[in-house]
Write a protein that binds this ligand. Structure first.
Ligand code: NAD
Length: 333
């Protein structure tokens, strides 16, 4: 039983080999992303294992089916890159890792807030140049600030707990109201109220048809002047052009991005010797109050271990014809 892994980095190979057992099957690790051009590399595999920026549109899924692939094992939580209807119509099952370490992403979200606020990245460089002046490094207390959490699933809930420890006022927005959130004294409010009330806004909802460009020129207008906006969820939640306009006008005071709509052409690669062709991210990188990380929220040892263990368990369940507890069905969207 051969499993072809697309988009692998050395750390992926290491963690999957660490957790491989006799029943895991044969692993074929590819660096290539899954696209229309690389799909033929899956030949001979019944299972493909893919990540956030692999392309799983109707055409790729059709070709996978013709090659005999019967299972798509996502080694991530989000599944916005998979055409589930196409997979269903070709009788290909899709499984994912719904929660590997919500702490990893929630803690990275906090790191972005703290860095943007207290400017530790600038202080680090200054002190190394023996510039011990504080001018330009002024921050604010997180204590008593109002933070809006959009999406209180696995990651949003952990993030709320962290904020609670800082003494923040938290407002939540999610169509599903969780007792664990209300038990912390956090009220659920409508998105409009959240936009107008918050000093900091953090996105933790999935990308789908109803959340695409949730942050756009209209919603930015509703926000407080100087708002801090953090996106560690999926790039398509934000209209980048609208955000650039918001940064230029000063409406957005701070922006932290761990994800970017066009990240598939950039992230997880060293492009330092190349000419950057993406003018939007190039513009975003010019702002002194913008912090971009390259989709590293998930990147902790604990998360990598859990991703490998859950993915291999998902594949084993499929091999043994057991119930696929982490299957994504069309109605999950
Ligand atoms: P989850 O499914 O546990 O929670 C998502 C929550 O969003 C759910 O409670 C859902 O009801 C809510 N939601 C759906 N539509 C909404 C809307 N319109 N407004 C407000 N809330 C809405 O998912 P999770 O594990 O907490 O992950 C959240 C997102 O984080 C994922 O979808 C993924 O895109 C992203 N993620 C990023 C990284 C990273 O490395 N940066 C890693 C893992 C996951």
């Amino acid at each position: 039983m051969k499993i072809t892994f697309f988009s692998t980095q050395p750390y992926d190979r290491e963690s999957f080999l660490k957790h491989q057992s006799d029943s895991s099957g044969e692993f074929v690790f590819l660096e290539a992303k899954l696209t229309e051009r690389t799909v033929s590399l899956a030949e001979g595999s019944k299972v493909v294992c893919v990540f956030v920026n692999d392309t799983l549109n109707a055409s790729v899924i059709h070709q996978l089916s013709q090659l005999g692939v019967q299972l798509i094992a996502l080694r991530c939580a989000g599944f916005n890159n998979v055409d589930l209807e196409a997979a269903h119509s070709h009788n290909i099952k899709v499984v994912r890792v719904p929660a590997y370490s919500p702490h990893a992403v929630a803690e990275h979200t906090l790191a972005m807030i703290m860095t943007l606020n207290r400017k530790t990245h600038k202080a680090y460089n200054r002190v190394r140049e023996q510039n011990f002046a504080l001018h330009g490094l002024l921050g604010f207390d997180l204590h008593q600030k109002t933070v809006g959490v959009i999406g209180t699933g696995h990651i949003g809930e952990v993030f709320c707990r962290i904020l609670h420890g800082f003494g923040c006022k938290i407002l939540a927005c999610d169509p599903i109201k969780k007792p664990a959130i209300t038990a912390m004294g956090i009220p659920y409010v409508a998105a409009d109220e959240l936009f107008t009330q918050c000093d900091i806004l953090s996105l933790h909802c999935p990308l789908n048809a109803s959340t695409r460009y949730l942050i756009n020129s209209t919603t930015i207008t509703q926000m407080k002047t100087g708002v801090m906006l953090i996106n560690t969820s999926r790039g398509g939640l934000i209209d980048s052009q609208a955000v650039i306009a918001g940064l230029k006008s000063g409406k957005i005071g701070y922006l932290g991005l761990d994800v970017y709509e066009q990240e598939a052409d950039l992230f997880f690669q060293n492009l330092s010797e190349q000419i950057l062709q993406d003018d939007i991210i190039a513009r975003l990188m010019t702002f002194p109050n913008v912090l971009i990380t390259a989709h590293q929220g998930f990147f902790t040892q604990e998360a990598l271990d859990q991703i490998a263990l859950t993915t291999l368990k998902n594949v084993e369940q499929w091999i043994h014809g057991e119930e696929l507890i982490n299957e994504i069905c069309i109605n999950n969207t």
